[in-house]
Design a protein. Structure first.
Length: 375
């Protein structure tokens, strides 16, 4: 869908009904990935491509027929034909599974909202049911950058489960197909959902060019973060020391944070444990709408840090956001183990996890993250 987001945005703003054909599964060497779409409006105008040309005609006719009949969503499969090189098929040898559905923008305003956010460069995730009960096929909802669910054609437990999965993939910054539901305690319906994600990578800001920062930058990169290491000391803040960081910045930490871009997915990790850097940095970080603020240091360092922050006028509700000493209790010793401890806490906070062994807790393993439902 995102391959034609600009044109779909225009059609939605014009309240123009259209048929949307989306690749929902790929086998072999099919030319375009899952999530790629073609759309056809009621006047026969077509945008996009799903196969580089070899099955476009057949998909176009399916779209036209669905628009004419105002029918239910349909699945279509296309593969290579050995018997007739000119038959409908993928001469590259791959296979495509395609979902075709009719979209009426006036009945699905959430889609217009999502495409507006995408057009303006904001992160967005559109979830689309591609397999499951007939009445849910093609159902959609939209999750924004703050985790807000904008109701589409899904409701109740299905909305919560699909919204949670869309939010998780939006944070990860990747389009993917996922299985959700099938659990009597959360969502009894077993569904396959394709989540179209438009998102820049979340940021991990690491302050302090120390050995722990080298390990943490590697772990952050592995988790899909765009990693920045910042330190005011040029002799330590060098790209050679931090090969896994996307950028290494020489600047006073609070000054850099004041002028850089953050959002609701940003993780701020303060590893300097030096008051002249930490206090102005944390005072600012705790006032920003970021996902996580953690600071390294002993419990004595933490207590002294809280005292100094209170003297600077930081209120208690903001101090409560500070994760210090940073990380979960894993018994970590080495920089690499400490990096796992820190990233585990970041993941747990994002997903409302307890950090306890799964063998020691009851109930569903996967719980929906904090989401806001817009009415």
């Amino acid at each position: 869908m995102l391959n034609i987001a600009g044109a779909l945005h225009r059609w939605c703003r014009e309240a123009r009904p259209f048929a949307l054909a989306t690749v929902v599964d790929v086998t072999g060497s099919a030319p375009l990935p899952v999530g790629t779409s073609v759309a056809v409006d009621e006047d026969g105008n077509a945008i996009g491509s799903i196969s580089g040309g070899c099955v476009e005609g057949a998909v176009y006719e399916l779209c036209r027929q669905l628009l004419s009949d105002r029918g239910a969503p349909q699945r279509a499969w296309f593969g290579y034909s050995d018997d007739d090189a000119f038959a409908v098929g993928l001469t590259c040898g791959g296979e495509l599974d395609v979902l075709v559905q009719r979209i009426d923008p006036t009945a699905q305003p959430h889609l217009t909202t999502a495409l507006t956010d995408i057009a303006e460069g904001r992160p967005a995730a559109v979830a689309q049911v591609v397999d499951g009960p007939e009445e849910l096929m093609g159902g959609m909802l939209y999750v924004d950058a703050a985790g807000g669910i904008h109701p589409g054609t899904l409701a109740g437990a299905v909305r919560r489960e699909v919204g949670a999965q869309a939010w998780a993939l939006l944070r990860a910054g990747r389009t993917a197909r996922s299985e959700v539901g099938g659990d009597a305690d959360t969502c009894p319906e077993r569904l396959s959902v394709l989540v179209h994600v438009h998102a820049s990578s979340p940021r991990m800001l690491i302050f302090g060019a120390v050995d722990f920062a080298a390990a943490l930058s590697r772990a952050g990169r592995f988790l899909g973060y765009r990693v920045t290491v910042c330190d005011a000391r040029p002799v330590f803040a060098t790209p050679v020391r931090f090969p896994y960081a996307d950028e290494v910045v020489v600047d006073w930490p609070h000054r850099y944070l004041e002028h850089t871009t953050v959002d609701a997915r940003t993780a701020v990790c303060v590893l300097t444990h030096d008051a002249k850097f930490d206090i102005p940095l944390l005072r600012l970080a705790l006032d920003l709408p970021v996902a996580y603020v953690g600071a390294m240091g002993s419990r004595r360092t933490h207590d002294e840090r809280l005292r100094l922050l209170r003297e600077k006028g930081v209120p208690e509700e903001r101090l409560a956001r500070l994760r210090s000493p940073i990380g979960l209790d894993l018994g970590a010793r080495t920089p690499e183990e400490t990096a796992v401890s820190i990233t585990a806490e970041i993941i747990a906070q994002a997903n409302q996890g307890t950090g306890r062994p799964l063998t020691r807790i009851t109930g569903p393993i996967h719980r929906p993250p904090r989401l806001t439902s817009y009415r």
